[in-house]
Design a protein around this ligand. Structure first.
Ligand code: SF4
Length: 200
């Protein structure tokens, strides 16, 4: 019998709400939602939106951002892609296209507004929420703080919530300017991830 979550995943996979918007971008691509969650997940990775490589692979974080994120979390690829434990839910499920400077466009708001609350309520076993990048910070925490200020205050976030910068190469200079992130925050994050991965 099909579960409610299976039905929701099928609905998202079939979503074409942004077809006209994507057709008008330089890549003129079609929606390809990358749907990656199961109701048993204890860890949520709330990201931004797939990039072009993920759009092509159909698997989240199959790019250099993913390599860096896995390193931050202390997870092998096998563990990272274990949907029974880790749900990867971006603010938009599809690649949004490029802007004039070939940076990725922001995730279309309609995606979060249409799907996000339904997905999060389907994930009733979450114990750890890892919010990656400003779009996820704003949505999940309702914050107006900038990324640096929010991440720097990581000890005062709600229990079980970590806010991270986006692991893109574009943030390499940020990492150099903020060495406390790797020295202080990441060891605590890795320990929390390990704890949840060991749970039955
Ligand atoms: S980005 Fe979200 S709302 Fe837009 S087509 Fe993809 S799944 Fe649908």
């Amino acid at each position: 019998m099909q579960s409610n979550t299976d039905g929701l995943k099928k609905e998202i996979s079939a979503c074409r709400l942004c077809a006209a918007r994507f057709a008008a971008t330089r890549t003129a691509h079609e929606p390809r939602p990358v749907v990656w969650f199961e109701p048993s997940a204890r860890i949520l990775i709330a990201g931004q939106a797939p990039g072009m490589r993920v759009h092509q692979s159909g698997r989240p974080f199959t790019d250099s951002s993913g390599d860096r994120l896995r390193e931050w979390l202390g997870l092998s690829e096998d563990c990272f892609y274990d949907t029974s434990r880790v749900a990867i839910v971006p603010m938009a499920f599809c690649f949004p296209g490029y802007d004039a400077k070939t940076a990725d466009l922001p995730p279309p708001r309609i995606c979060g507004a249409t799907w996000h609350d339904r997905v999060i309520s389907a994930l009733g076993k979450l114990r750890l929420r890892i919010l990656v990048g400003g779009h996820a910070h704003r949505y999940h925490l309702g914050t107006r703080l900038g990324v640096t200020e929010l991440v720097k205050g990581w000890r005062s976030l709600p229990e079980g919530v970590f806010a991270l910068p986006h692991p893109s190469w574009r943030n390499t200079a940020w990492l150099k300017r903020n060495p406390w992130f790797e020295a202080e925050l990441l060891p605590v994050l890795r320990a929390r991830v390990k704890e949840q991965m060991q749970h039955d």
